[in-house]
Design a protein around this ligand. Structure first.
Ligand SMILES: *Cc1c(COP(=O)(O)O)cnc(C)c1O
Length: 383
């Protein structure tokens, strides 16, 4: 048995669209498939504007430029996240202020945000870890009261909801990732900037087109295009958009398959959770998740190393996840941790992720579940 940790999602529909795009006269950005994909998102997410980008990292960079982040501005986020959530704002000169996470969801602890706000704070970045929603009503209420912007890092959150609203559509902006490790991919790399406040739309298109008003020119709104603002090359190739289109036609299939795998793991492991060996992911009321990650939180770091080694010998590629950013070299330079680190380090040290991807077989999940049972049976016997 050799069970990969991840396989890029692939439904079989992608090829025909990629070929069609390749054989067209326009394979750079903003072609036929880009338009189709962006319209699909605008309709499904009920957002003001959806802009395909070269990655989620770049979508977050666009957000930081749009919000005019400058030297010394402060941005609040959890330390338990991917580097890009922070880096996008650090690139503009911001100082990152980390607050602790909630142990139940590994998401930012919304009750710790207000204490971290200073007169320099401009943005809150909730990260929906594992596609499980942050407590957005509380976060939006804090942002309203302090006149702050909210940029949702919903890289893992496509098809998830909070009180019926799609993740990424609740803050002023949101960002999705179509990297090969996410639930949907645009041929390996790609992202989406979701704009929920229409005042940002025109400027966003300028930033995505190297700081020019080229998009307005093609829409016939200006008679020549020129350099109007800072920007970069953030437009996704139409061939990549074509690949993603093949998956958007199958979102229900992909989503229900992942949820079925997630539920198989959960049912197979809940008995061991009840015995107190580890904790399984918690999904808060009024949120719907997308089966992006299935994790266990075992007793401690030592147990995690033991179980990862044990699974490896069985041919199972389980892995751990983020090293908290505040403990990293760049984190120490560009950020500070506000309040106490009660859960961030402790909970991240004991978290491990099991193989999870579209079309993972039931027989493979059964094998993983049995290996974990065996590991704990052996531990019990040898006590
Ligand atoms: C994957 C991920 C990103 C980065 O996505 P890219 O498309 O690879 O740039 C950012 N934030 C989080 C939380 C992620 O999981």
């Amino acid at each position: 048995m050799n069970i990969s940790f991840n396989k890029p999602p692939y439904t079989g529909n992608e090829e025909q669209y990629v070929l069609k795009s390749m054989r067209s006269d326009k394979i750079s950005g903003n072609g036929e498939y880009t338009q189709k994909v962006e319209k699909w998102f605008e309709k499904e997410l009920l957002c003001k504007k959806a802009l395909l980008s070269t990655s989620c990292t770049h979508a977050l960079e666009m957000a930081a430029i749009l919000l005019d982040i400058k030297d010394g501005d402060e941005v609040i986020m959890p330390s338990y996240t991917f580097v890009s959530s922070a880096n996008a704002f650090v690139l503009r000169g911001a100082k990152i202020v980390f607050v602790d996470i909630r142990p139940d969801t590994m998401n930012i602890d919304e009750t710790k945000i207000e204490a971290a706000i200073t007169h320099k704070t401009k943005v809150i970045v909730p990260v929906h870890y594992a596609g499980i929603a942050c407590e957005m009503d509380t976060i939006m209420n804090i942002a309203d009261r302090h006149k702050l912007f909210v940029v949702e890092d919903a890289a893992q959150g496509m098809m998830s909801t909070y009180k019926g609203k799609a993740l990424g559509t609740i803050g002023h902006m949101g960002a999705y990732s179509f990297h090969e490790t996410k639930n949907y991919t645009s041929a390996g790399e790609g992202g989406l900037l979701i704009i929920n406040d229409d005042t940002f739309t025109e400027k966003a298109e300028i930033i995505r087109e190297k700081g020019t008003n080229r998009a307005l020119f093609f829409q016939g709104k200006v008679d020549k295009y020129s350099w109007v603002n800072i920007g970069s090359s953030y437009l996704l190739s139409d061939v990549s958009a074509a690949y993603l289109w093949g998956q958007l036609e199958n979102t229900d299939t992909i989503n229900s398959n992942r949820l079925a795998s997630w539920n198989l793991y959960h049912n197979g492991l809940k008995e061991l959770e009840e015995k107190g060996f580890f904790e399984l992911p918690k999904v808060p009321a009024k949120t719907v998740h997308n089966g992006h990650i299935f994790y266990l939180k075992v007793k401690d770091l030592g147990t995690r190393t033991e179980i990862l080694d044990y699974l490896k010998v069985q041919g199972i590629n389980a892995i751990f996840h983020y090293v908290p950013l505040h403990s990293s070299e760049a984190g120490r330079k560009f950020a500070r941790f506000n309040g106490d680190d009660i859960y961030t380090t402790k909970e991240s040290n004991r978290l491990l992720r099991l193989p999870m991807y579209y079309a993972l077989l039931k027989s493979e999940i059964d094998f993983v579940v049995k290996a974990i049972h065996d590991f704990y049976t052996y531990k019990e016997v040898s006590k």
